[in-house]
Design a protein around this ligand. Structure first.
Ligand SMILES: Cc1cc2nc3c(=O)[nH]c(=O)nc-3n(C[C@H](O)[C@H](O)[C@H](O)COP(=O)(O)OP(=O)(O)OC[C@H]3O[C@@H](n4cnc5c(N)ncnc54)[C@H](O)[C@@H]3O)c2cc1C
Length: 247
């Protein structure tokens, strides 16, 4: 079973021509800001499209703030080059990205002792072969989704349940893997697409940014009016363990 993540070796054993991870157009960096006391409700996730960079933060009950940022980069950078950027240079670059934003990003950066080095972010294009013989892929190895979906770990856990059910009910592994793939592929590929869509606003250029900021508040209000939630199909997914898995 290839549960070996986005750089899966098992994927290339199943199919040497399998696609490679696909760059999503931005980096990740994060930190823990100590003693900031923003007066925000602990545990509530704040996600903000800044002028030049996306910023996410959540308050800890002790007043600390856990944060991340997604600096956009048009071309896929070399991870080794990113890792070699000195900490003070990286901190200055992040400060510059948030200099015009009315969000607590600068305070978070200034109160963080160690900011993670930037790392490159990927998802997976559709992987044609999920299984061969007695070998099967699950989780990111089969369908890594952009972090902008916030769904990759959930999907990997769902996979485990659906695959377990198929192997419980079908004695032939190839048949069980076929049942597993048929049950999972449409959902996960739809979420990979949604993840890319969510992330596209993070890499908007100057004109796209103006359009995004003008339309997003109205669009969000319309989409979530009353008890409407266009993403319910993602959150409300249920797998019934007692159901029999059939081909
Ligand atoms: C920045 C970021 C934010 C994210 N945020 C969220 C979120 O909010 N919600 C969410 O649900 N998901 C999120 N995800 C996605 C989530 O982390 C992944 O989808 C999830 O970890 C995938 O689980 P996995 O078990 O398939 O792969 P992994 O967690 O990558 O585990 C694979 C394991 O296999 C091991 N391995 C690899 N090769 C070999 C080998 N040859 N031999 C032995 N072991 C090997 C690796 O060391 C690793 O431990 C995020 C991802 C990123 C990068």
């Amino acid at each position: 079973m290839g549960a070996d993540g986005i750089r899966s070796v098992v994927r290339t054993l199943i199919d040497p021509t399998a696609p490679r991870p696909r760059y999503v157009g931005f980096l990740n960096t994060a930190g823990y800001a100590r003693g900031l006391n923003l007066g925000i409700e602990p545990g509530v996730n704040h996600l903000v499209f800044g002028k030049r960079c996306f910023f996410g933060y959540v308050g800890h009950p002790n007043g600390d703030v856990w944060w991340f940022a997604n600096p956009p980069r048009r071309e896929e950078p070399d991870p080794a080059e990113l890792a070699a950027v000195p900490a003070d240079v990286w901190r200055a670059q992040l400060r510059e990205l948030f200099r015009d934003d009315d969000v607590p990003a600068l305070a978070a950066i200034d109160n963080t002792e160690q900011i993670t080095t930037g790392w490159v972010t990927y998802d997976m294009p559709s992987v044609p072969a999920w299984h061969r013989g007695r070998t099967v892929l699950v989780g990111d190895a089969a369908h890594a989704v952009s972090p902008s979906a916030g769904q990759g770990a959930s999907l990997a856990i769902e996979d485990a349940v659906v695959l377990g059910r198929a192997l419980r009910d079908q004695s032939d592994p190839a048949a069980a893997f076929g049942t597993f793939e048929a049950a999972r592929r449409p959902r996960v590929e739809q979420i990979v697409t949604q993840g890319r869509r969510n992330g596209s606003g993070k890499t908007a250029g100057p004109i796209g940014r103006v359009l995004r900021d003008a339309t997003m508040p109205l669009a969000m209000k319309a989409m979530f009016r009353g008890d409407r939630d266009p993403f319910r199909w993602i959150w409300d997914h249920r797998t019934d363990w007692d159901e029999t898995a059939t081909t």
